[in-house]
Design a protein. Structure first.
Length: 480
């Protein structure tokens, strides 16, 4: 079993190349043979025409040896260096048994060429036949043209003219156009069989060199150290794209690992604060006996920290659920205006406790597709965030309007605002502009991260504008 991809490709390359050569050789030889036969037949016709023209030099009255001598002399003068063979027959009469041999060339004294199987009545003027025959007893293959001719001053006759096509060593200028290409293809095939594996190996080695570099670099990259990158591959093909894709993937993994590490540290820090408070309060309560009012105060503080822990855990679970999959998000028709009025009723007591005006501006009717519970959570988080960072005496305004094919919710406050450098990070988990101020408001740093995840799950757009000391405006847009 060959496991190396390079070896497999090398073998496929060799096999494919040889197969293509065999097919191409077969097709080329077929066309070559047909083409050379056409050329050879044309030369045979030209030779017969030449003999017909010169045959008039032989007197019509000559018979027997005289005609044989004249015909042989004619053949030797016309084809002095060619191994050809010709026969001259008397044209048969309508009632004759067949053509009568008058003369033949001396190149093969004891040989005779077979005549085409045709009746005497079939020898019409200018009748001709071309065929390939084997001359016995010499076992030589000839290409033969048989034609009825009309030499000037001579009676009609039948001329057979043949040239050797096998064996290939026969000296014939006509035969040189019919060299069998088999030996050429055989030699070429042997050379290819000898050198193709070498060329294939070198070619595949060069082609796979970038992959070996890529594999070597990839082995140095581990989960503990994602700072390494795959070396640049000087290739603009798929291998270069693969190297770039690997580097992009490692970059994303590196950022993900950094986020996970930061998230883990933030979670530990957020849970440590209320747990430390819980432990301290319980330890104080157990040091000595206390009056019932003191125990109630300590238990109230414990309950407050427990509620904070519970809130953090619930937020983390929600984020985890949204991170894993958004397929569990419901896709129902939701009346956004009704949810917004409900959120206003829920958050109104919190605003009054801080002496903040929570006002409803223009509320238009709007329906969207989504999860009513998650949309409600998104709006509560935005309004809670506005109330938390708006000082006493300020105001928070909520508005809903339909703009073309969108439903747009706006939550505007007159709070402390967000510095411009912090705006790109406010949707990150556990991000706080001011750590001390955030702990004072009781926030966990997960509210806006949840807002962004819910928005993404509903294909909604969320934007923010803020000025320090003037307030902040959040805008969320849903498609109808």
């Amino acid at each position: 079993m060959i496991r190396s991809v390079r070896s497999k490709f090398t073998l496929w390359f060799i096999a494919s190349l040889l197969l293509l050569f065999v097919i191409a050789s077969g097709v080329s030889e077929l066309f070559f043979l047909r083409h050379t036969l056409r050329i050879l037949d044309q030369r045979l016709l030209e030779s017969v025409t030449l003999i017909e023209t010169r045959l008039s030099a032989c007197a019509p009255a000559e018979q027997g040896e005289a005609l044989q001598t004249c015909f042989d002399t004619l053949m030797q003068s016309a084809f002095p260096f060619d191994l050809v063979f010709a026969q001259l027959f008397e044209s048969p009469e309508q009632d004759a048994q067949g053509p009568i041999l008058l003369a033949s060339s001396s190149s093969f004294p004891t040989a005779t060429l077979p005549l085409p199987d045709i009746t005497p009545q079939g020898w019409a003027p200018d009748t001709q036949f071309i065929e390939t025959v084997i001359l016995e007893p010499f076992h030589i293959k000839f290409r033969v043209l048989t034609r009825r001719i009309h030499p000037d001053g001579c009676p009609a006759a039948i001329l057979q003219f043949a040239t050797v096509i096998e064996p290939k060593s026969a000296p014939s200028s006509l035969h040189q156009t019919f060299q069998d290409p088999g030996h050429v293809f055989s030699v070429t095939f042997f050379v290819l069989l000898l050198f193709t594996p070498l060329f294939g190996y070198v070619f595949m080695k060069r082609a796979f060199a970038p992959i070996h570099t890529l594999v070597k670099s990839a082995r140095n990259i581990t989960a503990e150290d994602l700072s390494h990158r795959i070396e640049a591959v000087n290739s603009r093909d798929e291998i270069g794209e693969l190297a770039d894709t690997f580097n992009e993937m490692i970059e994303r993994l590196d950022r993900s690992f950094q986020h996970v590490q930061q998230f883990s540290g933030d979670v530990a820090h957020e849970l440590k604060t209320p747990l430390t408070a819980l432990k301290g309060e319980v330890e104080v309560a157990l040091r000595k006996d206390r009056a019932p009012p003191e125990y109630r105060s300590i238990l109230a503080s414990v309950l407050e920290n427990t509620d904070r822990l519970s809130h953090i855990v619930e937020d983390l679970l929600l984020l985890a659920r949204l991170d894993v999959s958004t397929s569990s998000v419901l896709r129902d028709r939701v009346a956004l205006d009704e949810i917004l009025l409900e959120v206003h009723e829920i958050m109104l007591p919190s605003a009054r406790n801080k002496h903040i005006a929570l006002n409803l501006q223009m509320i238009e009717t709007a329906e969207i597709v989504g999860d009513a519970g998650l949309i409600k959570r998104l709006l509560i988080n935005l309004v809670t965030n506005a109330i938390q960072y708006t000082p006493t005496g300020g105001k928070v305004e909520i508005a809903l309007e339909s703009v073309q094919d969108e439903a747009r919710v706006t939550v505007r406050d007159t709070g402390v605002g967000i510095p411009e450098h912090a705006l790109p990070h406010i949707f990150n988990r556990f991000f706080r502009v001011d750590q001390a101020r955030s702990h004072g408001t009781g926030g966990s740093g997960l509210g806006l991260a949840i807002v962004r995840k819910i928005s993404e799950a509903h294909d909604a757009r969320i934007g923010v504008e803020s000025r320090v000391g003037a307030g902040t405006t959040f805008t969320v847009c849903w498609k109808h």
